[in-house]
Structure formats: C-alpha cells, structure tokens
Design a protein around this ligand. Structure first.
Ligand code: BV8
Length: 250
C-alpha cells in the first residue's frame, strides 16, 4: 500500500499546523541560531537574549538587535516562506506557528500566524508597556526611547520570559486539533515551542519534518525529509505551494 503523498494528505485535512524555526529563513541568508554561521556563535544567548542582559547593558543588547534588523532589512522571503504562505490559502483551518522574529513570513504573505517569540520589528515601552511597530533601519539612537521618555525594548521573548499567552494558547489549541503538522527548520531544542509536535502527535496528527539533519523530533515524526526547505517544500506541496490563481470573473 503506497502512502498518500503529503499534498494529497493535506487536501484531505481539515486542519493543518506549520511550525517553523530559523532554518526556514536560512536560504534568505538570515543566520540561524545554532548553525555554523549561527547568531549565537558570535554571541552567547545568555549574554544578549535575556532580561538580565538587557538590564545590565541595554545598549549592547540593542546593538545586536539593530545589527540583526539592518541585516534582515536587506533580505527577502525565500521559496519556503512563499510555499507556506500559499498553503494557507488552500486549508480551511490553518495556523503558522513561528519561533522566528525576522518578519519574513509576514512579508511572504502569511496571515494566519502565531509569533511565539515576538518580532524584531515591534518595540515595547518599558513604562507604558505599549507595543508599536518600528521599522527604522538603523535605529536613530541606541537604546531607543519612547515618546514618553522611557526606554524601549525589542518586543521579543527572551530566555526565562513567558511566551505571549494568546500566541501560545492559539498554538496549543491548533496542535491539539490538527490533522497534519509540518515542522520546518527548527532544532527542536527551545521550549515550550519544541513540545508542540509532541502535542500534535499525541492528538493524532500526522507529523512531517523538513530539516537538513535529524533533531530530537525525528524519532516521533511520521516522515522526515532531509534537505533545504526552499527546495523540499515546493516539491512536497506541489500545487499547494503555488499561489491560488484567481478564478477569472465570468
Ligand atoms: C520559558 C527570541 C518559562 C529572541 C528566542 C524546558 C526544558 C529545557 C529548557 C527550558 C524548558 N522551559 C524553559 C526552558 C528554558 C528555555 C529553553 O528552552 N532553553 C533551551 C535553549 C534549552 N526556554 C525559555 O526560556 C522560554 N521561556 O519557557 O519561560 C516561564 C514561564 C512562565 C513565566 C516565566 C517564565 C523562552 C524561549 C524563547 C527564547 N527566545 N528568540 C531573539 O530571537 O533574539 S529563542 C531562539 O531560538 C529563536 O526564536 C529561534 O527560533 C529559537 C529556536 O531555534 P531554531 O529556530 O530551532 O533555530 P536553530 O538555529 O536552533 O535551528 C535551525 C534549524 O534549521 C537546525 O535544525 C538546522 O538544521 C535547520 N536548517 C538550517 N538551514 C536549513 C534548515 N532546515 C531546512 N532548510 C534549511 N535551509
């Protein structure tokens, strides 16, 4: 008995979740966290992506984020982002759950999305707690300040910080009820995001992993496809990776 192809399985699915990590942006030349050119290589996560680091040296932390914003501003979504954005238009109940903060999924057209770790392109006032979009590249001053005079922080989730409740609830609910979960470009090391595929599997989802290498998730995945997401997703998803052609008006 031959297994249904993934696109056929997705077409029969009512609900699909896609979980992405930094690997989905690698072919846009955005450095991943733990790869050979990884972001953490030049900096230790503990030194920069924590509230303690920000409290100790907000300027150093903002220099790192401003550098990442400037780099990502010159990058474009790749075929993997585009395939995921197209897939969303074919599935009745679809949720993209991303750990990425680079904004490339949104630029590719993804809309039904939970950003578990926030976004580099939003800032939060430490006094008013207000969150605003900020696309300034480079930032005019480091650390930037709110109009009220208080310092701003990146609206991202640092290590030791809780994830946004609405995003994590949305992701957990979707993982518990999806028929297919596609996991793309994550080392599956960072919690609680890394637990989502196990939640999906435990509730009967068919789990498909796309990665350059094996991860802690590989042993529970129903399928693992080794290679670059920008090459594999269009092949795996077939016509579902192509934007819907608008039906010509009669
Ligand atoms: C929390 C935003 C509690 C900032 C990030 C349980 C067990 C163990 C540890 C913990 C646990 N619970 C909590 C922890 C601690 C910690 C944690 O998980 N630590 C790990 C390192 C062990 N978790 C937390 O602190 C979380 N908070 O749990 O708080 C709490 C609860 C209530 C109240 C208070 C507190 C917060 C975690 C979020 C941290 N923020 N980012 C920023 O970006 O600056 S995490 C950071 O890592 C990014 O978001 C990134 O996305 C994420 C995960 O990494 P990946 O995306 O997977 O990237 P990576 O480079 O690792 O891997 C890339 C993969 O792609 C590789 O597998 C590679 O092979 C593959 N690849 C590369 N190229 C391609 C490719 N695949 C396909 N195609 C390619 N071309």
């Amino acid at each position: 008995m031959t297994l249904p192809t993934l696109d056929a399985r997705i077409l029969q699915a009512k609900s699909v979740v896609v979980l992405t990590g930094a690997g989905v942006s690698a072919e846009s030349n955005v450095p991943t966290f733990r790869g050979a050119d990884g972001l953490w290589r030049r900096h230790r996560a503990e030194d920069l992506a924590t509230p303690e680091a920000f409290g100790r040296d907000p300027r150093l932390v903002w220099e790192w984020y401003d550098w990442r914003r400037q780099l990502i501003a010159t990058r474009r979504p790749n075929a993997a982002h585009e395939a995921i954005a197209a897939l969303e238009t074919y599935v009745p109940e679809f949720l993209l759950v991303t750990q990425n903060v680079d904004g490339l999924h949104r630029r590719a057209g993804s809309r039904r999305m939970a950003e578990l770790h926030g976004s580099l392109w939003r800032v939060r006032c430490l006094a008013e707690e207000t969150v605003t979009e900020n696309l300034a590249v480079p930032l005019p001053s480091l650390p930037p300040h709110c109009a009220c005079g208080a310092p701003l922080r990146p609206d991202v989730v640092w290590f030791g910080e809780a994830l946004p409740t609405d995003a994590i609830r949305q992701a957990w609910d979707a993982a518990e009820s999806c028929d297919v979960m596609l996991v793309v470009g994550t080392s599956a090391l960072v919690q609680p995001a890394a637990s989502l595929p196990m939640v999906g599997k435990a509730h009967g989802a068919y789990v498909v992993e796309v990665n350059l290498e094996a991860t802690p998730l590989t042993r529970i995945a129903d399928e693992t496809h080794y290679g670059k997401a920008g090459e594999i997703l269009p092949r795996l998803l077939g016509t579902l990776a192509q934007p819907r052609t608008p039906t010509p008006s009669p």
